[in-house]
Design a protein around this ligand. Structure first.
Ligand code: FES
Ligand code: FES
Length: 165
């Protein structure tokens, strides 16, 4: 017997029948919904490649059962750009060479977006490194990643100030 859930993914509503109630959000996104931007690294919560936002919080999609998310709002890397305009975090990763092979990059970017929205990253590179420590980069692009997060944070904060004025 299948289980029915509804999810909003990148602003679009999905009514889904889950044949296997044990399917993870990660497998649902990649294998059923063709949203393969979210990567599978370890599939056990150790690398952060599968990071997405669920109701605004960054979570490892490989650790969450899709069945537990009925009614949730999920944002993946496919949903962060505004048409042809990159999200400020995406643009900053390019500007600061925050990647090499790129496999960890969607997870790094989603984690950075969540971290900036949490609002307590500050401007200390060490603190950013600590708050991003769940996202592993085998290529060791950490210097560029940290610089990108700091830069994107400044851009987003300035834009928010302009909007509030
Ligand atoms: S694939 Fe989810 S944490 Fe590694
Ligand atoms: S850019 Fe290759 S794993 Fe991070």
């Amino acid at each position: 017997m299948s289980l029915s859930i509804s999810l909003t993914i990148n602003g679009r509503s999905h009514a889904l029948a889950l044949d296997d109630p044990r399917v993870t959000l990660l497998d649902l996104l990649r294998e059923r919904l063709d949203l393969a931007g979210t990567k599978k690294g370890c599939d056990r919560g150790q690398c952060g490649a599968c990071t997405v936002l669920v109701d605004g919080r960054r979570l490892n999609a490989c650790l969450i059962l899709a069945a537990s998310l009925d009614g949730a709002e999920v944002t993946t890397i496919e949903g962060v750009a505004d048409g042809e305009t990159l999200h400020p975090v995406q643009a900053a990763f390019i500007a600061h060479d925050g990647f090499q092979c790129g496999y960890c990059t969607p997870g790094q970017i989603m984690s950075a977006i969540g971290l900036i929205a949490e609002g307590h990253a500050g401007d200390d590179p060490e603190r950013i490194r600590e708050l991003m420590s769940g996202n592993i980069c085998r290529c060791g692009a950490y210097q560029g990643i940290t610089e990108a997060v700091l830069d994107a944070q400044r851009t987003i904060t300035a834009a928010n100030r302009r909007d509030a004025a």
